[in-house]
Design a protein around this ligand. Sequence first.
Ligand code: NCD
Ligand code: ZN
Length: 349
Amino acid sequence: MDVLTMPRPDDLHIHLRDGDVLQAVLPATARVFGRATVMPNLRPPVVTTADAVAYRDRILAAVPAGVDFMPLMTLYLTDKTDPDDLKQGIGAGVVQAVKLYPAGATTNSDHGVRSLDGLDPVLEVLAARGIPLLVHGEVTDPEVDVFDREAVFIERHAVPMLERHPTLRMVFEHATTAEAVGFVRSHPEDRVAATLTPQHLLMDRNALFEGGLRPHRYCLPVLKRRQHREALLAAATSGDPRFFLGTDSAPHARHAKETACGCAGCYTAPHALALYAQAFDAVDALDRLPDFASRFGARFYGLPENAGQVRLVRDPVPVPDPTVLPDGHTIVPLLAGETLDWRVEIDPR
Ligand code: NCD
Ligand code: ZN
């Protein structure tokens, strides 16, 4: 297959940041994706409905003229989240999902949740309204090896949480292990799902050390062994609607990545769909990409398919150049300097 036409996709997990970075990174996503679930881990985080409304307005103001793009807003769950504010945000159609970061798990997560037990009133609001809880599924216990943190989270927290809240819906974000795939598959289709990133479908942990330390391939949850990558790719290409596209594109300036203590996050917004095409094509499963990218996520969120189409054309193109910020800093895309096999055309009619 050399040409693949599909409905405009959705990115169900992205970091758009704010200010100059938002202005610089948003156009690439808005050009290709009809909607994106916007992570709330700003500094300070998006915790109230009012925060989400203000952030949504800043995002919409950054969408290039003539481009149709809808941000799906999320709240950052804290120990102090007010169930009434959440009800109001959901009722007003502002809040599409709520994100759970265990405190300290990743970038800007220090406001995250310290005690999962205190969350019951908020989880009940979500469960009653069918709004998904988006989970960064890693324990923060320093005793647990960094490569095991996802599997341990599932056992210690995710399974008990779903047992306590039998109608709570969950998206296990950026799943990175075979254990996460098994966890998702052990629940009904409309109950638990997972987003999968391009880096976890394309690379295993050896890629972090290929010929030297590769900071632009470092994200959280960190890349895992090959067998996990294979399990994720099998899930992504299986036609199972519980697995859908969420890039986790997480821009950090080059100097914050190439340093003694580098930030976690892979920047994939400029070439996201081509990266997924690369991964699906490698296992001869391109025909499964339209459902994964354009239908399953929308279905889980209860949204209609996007209007408009995009087309992937087999045509070698270099990974886009770094994104330049007004202060001269740059953001380096994943696999910079390499060539991809796919070009993306917008609304080919
Ligand atoms: C994300 C970021 O930079 O905001 N980083 C990452 O490695 N994925 C945070 C997150 O989603 O964990
Ligand atoms: Zn993320």
